[in-house]
Design a binder for this molecule. Structure first.
Ligand SMILES: *Cc1c(COP(=O)(O)O)cnc(C)c1O
Length: 193
């Protein structure tokens, strides 16, 4: 069974609280500042809650991110990797990361190129990062299946056990292609404005 990350970005804690009370443990945010404001106190009282950074992470926010989050899904450049490695040492905390792959080769999208995956894996080994697997956001205007199949193949080829893909619109297709972390927002919390 894949783990469901309840993507709570833009929603206030009073909207998220019922899910926390129910016992759900995994939540996703895409902005460091918003996550600090919403989750710092909750994490102190409920350290079992797992926070996932799923949005673009600026290097100058890495220290804050390392202190708060348990996972980063959006690792896509070497400068960021080095900062994560340094911050992990500084705070003596190891977090779990995914490499974001620009699987549709879209110019406006974040993520590394498929051809560079091996190079990034080698660098993450050099830095002693805890790399769990690959992550993607497929192109919005195409059937995601071919991209999910490709991601599953790549993930297995590189020997990873975890795979982060699937959102509200496509999580069933992602599950069928062996995603292990579904990032679901609007289907849980409603439409974002
Ligand atoms: C917002 C977001 C999601 C969730 O999107 P929904 O369509 O609301 O499920 C998943 N992944 C990332 C990277 C996001 O930014």
């Amino acid at each position: 069974m894949p783990t469901i990350i309840a993507v709570s970005k833009t929603f206030s804690i009073d909207k998220i609280q019922p899910l926390i009370s129910y016992g759900h443990l995994h939540y996703g945010e895409n902005k460091v500042q918003e996550a600090i404001e919403k989750w710092s106190d909750i994490k102190k009282n409920s350290p079992e809650i797992q926070l996932h950074m799923i949005g673009k992470l600026q290097s100058n926010k890495v220290k804050f991110a390392i202190k708060l989050f348990d996972f980063i899904h959006s690792v896509d450049n070497k400068k960021l990797m080095k900062k994560i490695s340094d911050a992990q040492k500084e705070f003596n905390k190891k977090i779990q990361v995914f490499l974001q792959v620009n699987i549709g080769n879209e110019s406006q999208k974040s993520g590394i190129k498929e051809d560079n995956i091996q190079e990034f894996i080698s660098y993450s080994e050099e830095l002693n990062l805890n790399l769990l697997g690959l992550m993607c956001i497929p192109p919005a205007d195409k059937d995601p299946i071919i991209f999910f199949e490709k991601m599953n193949t790549l993930n297995k080829k590189f020997g990873f056990k975890e795979l982060s893909m699937g959102m509200s619109s496509d999580y069933l297709k992602a599950s069928e292609n062996f995603s292990t972390y579904l990032r679901i927002g609007s289907s849980i919390f409603g439409q974002r404005y």
